[in-house]
Design a protein around this ligand. Structure first.
Ligand SMILES: C[S@@+](CC[C@H](N)C(=O)[O-])C[C@H]1O[C@@H](n2cnc3c(N)ncnc32)[C@H](O)[C@@H]1O
Length: 393
């Protein structure tokens, strides 16, 4: 819980993030640097961001109206008008600056700690409940390698090999910092929200085999294994550094997951193999052609009656153009080129194009959850878009 200050939330210290075998050792100054960046994220989001709406309502929209004889109707029209506004320019520059500061702080810690992490990983290799399969011959798609996704230096596959750097960069004070700890000490809130959604929508669900696609370091995968204890849980990511890091992280948290380096567009799993296939925050980072191939692949590997479910951010459909404009920031300034395209997409069409029947497709806003002392707790209603489809018998 955040202590409240005058109605505003104050982020916790990065010191409270969970520590596992591959967490880098951090000094007082490292934590102070991270806490400064986290506080700056919060200041920009809570205190500065709301001024964009005032700038739009009181200055930008009226000026546009005067010039064009009517208000901006589309996201592009709002963009054209807002880009010239100094308040929006200031907010955008500060937001981008925070993102770069965060990666600079992480780079500094990893530069000091990286050899120690690799040494610890080498010592732990092969131990623990989880398994790992790497595929050095797998071609990592250009839509992953060519992008420094959300400004992460080198992106998810930075090393273009197997070392742990890109996994460590993703894991170290990242989601915890960006969300002010809202994703829990293990950054696993999306996973617990997924568990909650699955068990609420399908109360009789008793999966034998689960696959989590685009697992990165397994933040959202582990809750699936921790909750569905009788299931065999698999997790794939196309980047070796991510699954390699994920396996060691899971081992050190005493959770068993079968990690493998695979492209979700064409996996090596047999037909009709999984009861549940999940992904968390993956679709908005994929180009639509790849997403269509992946949906067909999911349909192939699901058992009849099996369920695919993707946890995502809400789409644009029906949102006012000004709101859409403010939410497109990451596409244009945070190296997330596919995000807007995903938000405009017809997801039912994606599922039916892959072989699912329209009647089995659902799109609902579901609650954000976390694991509390008494089990799964709902922390916020309607935080996640759950897009699901059931394979017919
Ligand atoms: C935003 S991250 C997902 C975060 C993760 N699911 C979680 O909840 O912590 C997107 C991940 O998808 C992976 N990815 C992208 N395209 C992929 C593909 N075709 N096959 C497998 N993984 C892919 C990326 O390498 C990246 O690790």
């Amino acid at each position: 819980m955040h202590p409240e200050r005058g109605g505003r939330k104050r982020p916790p210290s990065v010191r409270h993030e969970g520590q596992h075998a591959l967490s880098p050792a951090m000094s007082h100054d490292d934590f102070a640097r991270f806490d400064f960046v986290m506080t700056s994220y919060f200041h920009v989001a809570q205190d500065i961001y709301p001024g964009n709406k005032r700038a739009y309502d009181e200055r930008v929209a009226p000026r546009y109206h005067k010039r064009h004889g009517g208000p901006p109707k589309t996201r592009a029209e709002v963009r054209e008008a807002m880009y010239a506004d100094p308040y929006w320019q200031m907010w955008s520059a500060l937001k981008r600056g925070n993102q770069e500061l965060s990666y600079a702080a992480r780079s500094q810690v990893l530069a000091q700690e990286f050899d120690a992490l690799e040494a610890r990983a080498a010592k732990a290799n092969g131990r623990g409940k989880s398994t790992l399969r790497l595929n050095p011959d797998l071609k990592v798609p250009r839509y992953v390698t060519a992008i420094d996704i959300h400004c992460q230096p080198g992106g998810y596959n930075a090393s273009d090999g197997e070392d742990l750097y890109a996994g460590a960069m993703y894991d170290t004070a990242s989601l915890y910092l960006a969300t002010g700890g809202e994703f829990g000490k293990w950054n696993d809130a999306a996973g617990w929200s997924m568990v909650n959604w699955l068990t609420t929508e399908f109360p009789d669900i008793n999966p034998k085999r689960i696959l989590d696609i685009g697992c990165t370091v397994g933040h959202s995968t582990l809750p699936l294994a921790q909750h569905f204890t009788k299931a065999e849980v698999h997790a794939i990511d196309v980047c070796a550094p991510q699954v390699r890091f994920g396996k060691m992280r899971a081992d050190s948290l005493d959770v068993g997951v079968h990690f493998s380096q695979q492209n979700a567009e064409a996996t090596d799993f047999p037909d009709n193999h999984f009861d549940v296939v999940t992904s968390a925050m993956v679709l908005h980072e994929m180009p639509q052609k790849a997403m269509k191939r992946m949906a067909k692949e999911i349909h192939r590997i699901l058992k009849p009656g099996g369920v695919m479910v993707h946890a995502e951010q809400p789409q644009y459909h029906g949102q006012p153009a000004a709101e859409q404009f403010l939410r497109e920031w990451d596409t244009r300034f945070n190296n997330e080129p596919f995000r807007c395209g995903f938000r405009d997409m017809d997801l039912t069409g994606l599922a039916t194009g892959a072989g699912f029947r329209a009647a089995g497709v659902h799109q609902d806003m579901g609650p954000g959850c976390a694991l509390g002392p008494n089990g799964i707790e709902v922390r916020g209603p309607g935080l996640w878009l759950f897009f699901s489809a059931r394979k017919s018998h």
